[in-house]
Design a binder for this molecule. Structure first.
Ligand SMILES: NC(=O)c1ccc[n+]([C@@H]2O[C@H](COP(=O)([O-])OP(=O)(O)OC[C@H]3O[C@@H](n4cnc5c(N)ncnc54)[C@H](OP(=O)(O)O)[C@@H]3O)[C@@H](O)[C@H]2O)c1
Ligand SMILES: [Zn+2]
Length: 352
């Protein structure tokens, strides 16, 4: 399953509205096939693994990161392909979160006499599928709030990205996240101050996330480096956006942040890397729309500067505590990750 999760990761940022899925076929202790879902409209992971295995799939065990599909979509159901190939055992990391689908794939496999195990490395799989799960159950992207601070909790006031705060390892990690998430968002304040490109740089085989600029009054300069064909600009409902549209921007009109996120969901953006600045991030945080936090902390003291979040004071007892916290050293810097909202598992449609 670890190999299957690695396979699935190759599809991150490329499969929406479909999930990233990986599949590994094992027979007699050897891997005989592997595959991942590369993009919506392309074959599913199981199909690639079965193709590679050929006749060796007969009697093999399949390790799949998400319950195989049992319904006819753009491609024939994988459950039928697994049964036809003679796979004798299917190990599933996590059930499909779609309440109309959940359990059916497993049920059909069992009805055909295939042994099925569910729940192997489930937490990692669910985490990897957070975007897909948020999109299908909530109709909005999974929001990952990323920021870099000094040890005294200050973000640099200026400077592209966080180059000034953290070292090369942290910067490379941010580029990997941009490669893996569907979209990257900033407020117009950051566009005006830093003119970021919001591209993926230095990642082999990398691709750029879709830039999203939160800009209620359409103040984004037409010369902004993040403004390219397909860039999403989120504005207030009645803002004149003709010049931005002429520049190729996709406009999402919304009166509220939850409405804006639903608009991004309709564009099939399943995950959003929220890169700031403080005003926009604080608005997301205040509305409970930050699902996951990735904080990069540099062992430096600045003494003055912007805090990553601001808002009305609250007592420590009311602080939002992260769950599933993980720590990692990145050269001199420390990465702290954790969840503020639960990743949807089964059901619970439309909670926004
Ligand atoms: N080191 C870091 O991690 C980092 C990262 C990013 C930025 N920064 C720094 O942060 C500074 C910019 O800060 P900032 O707070 O002005 O930038 P910001 O948060 O990127 O942009 C703020 C603007 O976003 C717009 N906005 C759109 N929808 C909004 C909503 N629902 N709620 C609130 N605002 C919304 C508002 O303008 P409208 O009202 O016109 O829509 C607001 O003025 C820069 O100096 C930059 O260098 C640092
Ligand atoms: Zn399938």
């Amino acid at each position: 399953m670890a190999l299957a999760l690695e396979e699935a990761a190759r599809g991150l940022g490329r499969t929406a509205p479909n999930p990233p899925v990986g599949c590994v076929l094992v027979r007699g202790g050897a891997v005989v096939g592997r595959g991942f879902h590369p993009a919506a409209g392309e074959p599913h992971a199981e199909v690639f693994a079965l193709r590679e295995a050929g006749e060796q799939a007969r009697g093999a065990a399949a390790y799949v990161t998400l319950e195989p599909c049992s319904h006819l979509g753009r491609t024939p159901p994988c459950v039928a392909a697994l049964i036809a190939a003679g796979v004798s055992r299917v190990v599933v990391a996590a059930l499909d979160p779609n309440p109309r689908v959940a359990g059916r794939g497993v049920g059909r496999l069992r009805a055909a006499g295939t042994e099925v195990v569910v729940g192997v490395r489930e937490a990692e799989a669910v985490r990897q599928q957070a975007g897909f799960r948020a999109l299908i159950t909530r109709g909005r992207p999974w929001v990952v709030y990323k920021y870099a601070v000094t040890l005294d909790g200050k973000v640099a006031a200026r400077g592209e990205g966080n180059g000034a705060v953290t070292a090369a390892g942290a910067r490379a990690r941010v580029m990997r996240w941009r490669n893996e998430l569907d979209a990257v968002a900033v407020g117009v304040g950051t566009v005006l101050a830093d003119d970021p490109r919001l591209t993926t740089r230095g990642v082999a085989g990398g691709r750029d996330p879709r830039p999203v600029i939160f800009d209620r009054r359409a103040r984004t300069p037409l010369s902004a480096r993040a403004l390219r064909p397909g860039t999403v600009v989120v504005t207030a409902p009645d803002t004149d956006t003709a010049p931005l549209e002429d520049a190729g921007a996709t406009i999402v009109r919304a009166a509220t942040l939850p409405g804006a996120l639903r608009g991004l969901g309709q564009l099939h953006l399943s995950s959003l890397l929220l890169e700031g600045g403080p005003t926009l991030a604080s608005a997301f945080f205040a509305e409970g729309l930050v699902d996951e936090v990735r904080a990069l902390i540099a062992p430096k003291l600045l003494g003055a500067g912007l805090a990553p979040l601001n808002g009305p004071p609250r007592g420590m007892a009311d602080a939002a505590a992260l769950r599933a916290v993980q720590l990692e050293s990145l050269g001199p810097d420390v990465l702290v990750t954790g969840l503020l909202n639960d990743i949807p598992r089964l059901g619970a449609a439309g909670d926004l």
